[in-house]
Design a protein around this ligand. Sequence first.
Ligand code: SF4
Length: 324
Amino acid sequence: MVTGYRPTGPLHVGHWAGNIETMLALQTDTARDCFFFIADWHMLTTHYDRTDELSGFVRELMLDWLAAGIDPERATVYRQSDIPEVAEMTLLLGMITPLGWLERVPSFKERLRDNAEREIANLGLLGYPVLQTVDISIVRGDLVPVGEDQVAHLEISREIVRRFNRFYGDVLVEPQPLLSTTPLIPGSDGRKMSKSLDNAIWVRDDEESIRASVRSFITDPQKVRRGDPGRPEICPIFALHRKFSPERIDEIEAGCRSGALGCADCKTILADRLVEDFAPYRERRADLADTDGIVERVLDEGARGVRPVAEATLDAVREAMHLS
Ligand code: SF4
């Protein structure tokens, strides 16, 4: 099982409820080898002009992971750029990937559109799916956790693997999606929670900041004051309650619909829960941040763990392509 993460900023609640909880569950399954990597080369596809921030982002993300409970004893945790085999295999798979496949990937056009003021129409961004395919294939990943909105992204990796195997024999493993059961977590504006949309609640925030973020969320616009009946199905606060207050969900839904529960009180219930749930994480993170050399040690061990696997895969690829 393999999953990676671009080091572009701190963890938000959407990450926590999606990837992090999945990673924590998978790493306890002793039947699986788990590979968790920090995708710093992927970050360059859109942030090549901010490389001075990269090592700091990698450190912050590793501290986030460790504080959340990601365990380097149970999973191989590494940084993509520590594995030079990834670069060579990306070059080789790039040779067989049709340009049309890359150009039709929706996220390529979306990123260009969302960053219209910046020059990111580069080979690196266009070739992102090839690098992603190598990230998975080089550790022989056969399972990739994804949200429903990301299944299409994995499909191109499956196509590239099939094409390689058609040309050179059955060398690479075709990855399968492991669908997340967590529905999309909305942000303060009702859209998917995301750093770039500036609508997130940050897991590492102190109590007052978490409360302020929750207060900033939109709710059902028809419910102006307590007593007005609400529609929880369209309210992002209710979506967060589903995830974080499941034992109170019937009571909250009934209170919203009848009008007995006001939005301010409903938000307070959610903020109390988030503050309580994330307090241990914040404490662990502060301790880890004070531990000398912890990030470097984990990265060193991770690179030592993954490189033999990557070398073996690359050897098999070279041999299949008559390049050995
Ligand atoms: S009461 Fe809660 S669920 Fe209902 S609209 Fe207000 S914030 Fe949303």
